[in-house]
Ligand binder design. Structure first.
Ligand code: ZN
Length: 445
């Protein structure tokens, strides 16, 4: 308790004077002090993160790890030289350096290694405590040492199941996709091996039952609370509604190694997407969809617009499935706002909490929260950004940025008498904690 209080005080201190993110925002002084303090103490549920296990060789943190794409452009706030990392290193590891030069990075890496050694399998839970996060949804291929329930809950990957046929034509579209599709081919092989299946079933009907449903049911049994699509890295999010017959014909024709033309393959992918979404709903797992114009130097931004998902969201057959727009659509945040009208659609602020400034995020939050406060969910997208900048650092930075932004947005709504003080606190708790708690039926109050 005492430690929690100390963390809370540190957070307030950083919010008020020490964080470069706070300095960069003129409207920070306009935040309500009591509300800021209240928000700094909420124990959060993080909707989306790529946490690593305590195994140093862990590679299960992403189905499409972006380090395979070479040197990709990164926004300024998460580049290694960003002052935000310095403030984070001070808060998490007590680093006293005044700039993150080579020596400071070395000192930081040594400190991290020491803390990891000292904490052992408790390191991930210790890292959550630093960031004020009670439960983290781990978007991973599988869970592993250090990541046990109830602090860590599993979100699996689904894209591999969309591509049972040769992905040669699909991969040729961009240099990034040439690198990413083979990873999905590998993951599908893993899923088949897990099911003790050595060869793809002959018909689509058999594939649906023996592979897709069987994988989803096994993941649900394994503790999965949601399934994730990174499809926007691989194709457009315009999933149409083809018939089982037309999708089945494409499968049947190519299951033995044929390379379907894109228009034909898309019919099968679209059918599979909707089938998976339906099954996830039946099993009580939410569907997470990456919607953010990045990352990668060849990412096709227009393909990730959340408006493309409207026919899926409007499908009466899929109303039992809860969809979460992961990263809130990024620069398409107004389109996300339009999608929040759908009763089964939510948005998280993961990644935005890392790469946007608090006032950029506050402006979007104000739009969403003034309309659908029960649909907006905190998230970090915590992942490693290089030596000394592990997932625990980005978790802290994102948590701190989210709390600043939330405080700004709600203070403004409070000042304009749009909401009362008690409602502001209630909305803050919903965004940081209880909206996710309800969505995934976690035992958080
Ligand atoms: Zn992510």
């Amino acid at each position: 308790m005492k430690k929690l209080l100390a963390i809370a005080c540190l957070a307030i201190y950083l919010l008020s004077c020490n964080s470069p993110a706070a300095n960069e925002s003129p409207s920070q002084s306009a935040t309500d002090t009591e509300l800021t303090e209240f928000i700094s103490k909420i124990k959060a549920v993080d909707n989306h993160a790529h946490v690593t296990t305590t195994d140093p060789d862990d590679r299960g943190f992403d189905a499409l790890p972006l380090d395979g794409l070479g040197n990709i452009e990164l926004p300024a706030r998460v580049r290694p030289e960003s002052p935000n990392w310095l403030a984070t290193a001070k808060a998490v590891y007590g680093l006293t350096a005044t700039e993150l030069n080579e020596k400071a990075i070395k000192d930081l890496s040594d400190t991290v290694a020491n803390v990891m050694k000292q904490k052992g399998e408790k390191f991930p839970e210790w890292a959550l405590d630093q960031a004020g996060i009670e439960v983290m949804l781990a978007n991973r291929i599988s869970m592993g040492p250090g990541l046990s329930s109830p602090r860590f809950r599993w979100v699996s990957y689904m894209d591999a199941l969309l591509f049972p046929l040769s992905t040669k034509t699909e991969a040729a579209v961009t240099p990034d996709r040439e690198k990413l599709f083979p990873l999905e081919d590998q993951l599908l092989k893993k899923y088949l091996t897990d099911l003790h299946i050595t060869k793809l079933p002959a018909t689509l009907d058999e594939y649906l039952k023996q592979v897709v449903t069987a994988t989803l049911e096994a993941q649900k049994k394994g503790g999965c609370v949601a399934v994730k699509f990174e499809a926007a890295y691989l194709r457009s999010l315009d999933f149409e509604n083809p018939s089982l017959q037309s999708a089945g014909e494409v499968y049947l024709k190519n299951v033995n190694g044929g390379v379907p033309p894109h228009e034909k393959y898309k019919l099968l992918q679209d059918y599979l997407f909707r089938y998976i979404a339906h099954e996830a709903g039946r099993l009580g797992m939410a569907v997470h969809i990456h919607s953010f114009p990045g990352a990668g130097n060849y990412f096709v931004a227009q393909d990730c617009d959340p408006l493309l998902l409207e026919p899926v969201f409007n499908d009466p057959e899929l109303r039992n499935t809860k969809f979460v727009i992961i990263h809130g659509g990024g620069t398409f945040s107004q389109h996300t706002s339009a999608m929040l009208w759908k009763p089964n659609v939510y948005a998280d602020i993961s990644l935005l909490t890392l790469i946007w400034t608090p006032d950029q995020l506050a402006a979007v939050l104000k739009d969403w929260l003034s309309q659908f406060p029960e649909k907006v969910i905190f998230g970090t997208d915590a992942s490693s950004f290089g030596p000394g900048l592990g997932w625990e650092m980005s978790a802290w930075l994102a948590s701190n940025t989210a709390r600043q932004a939330l405080s700004m947005a709600l203070s403004e709504m409070l000042r304009s008498n749009e909401i009362s003080r008690s409602r502001a606190k209630e909305i803050a708790t919903m965004v940081m904690r209880t909206n996710a708690g309800k969505l995934y039926t976690l035992s958080v109050k």
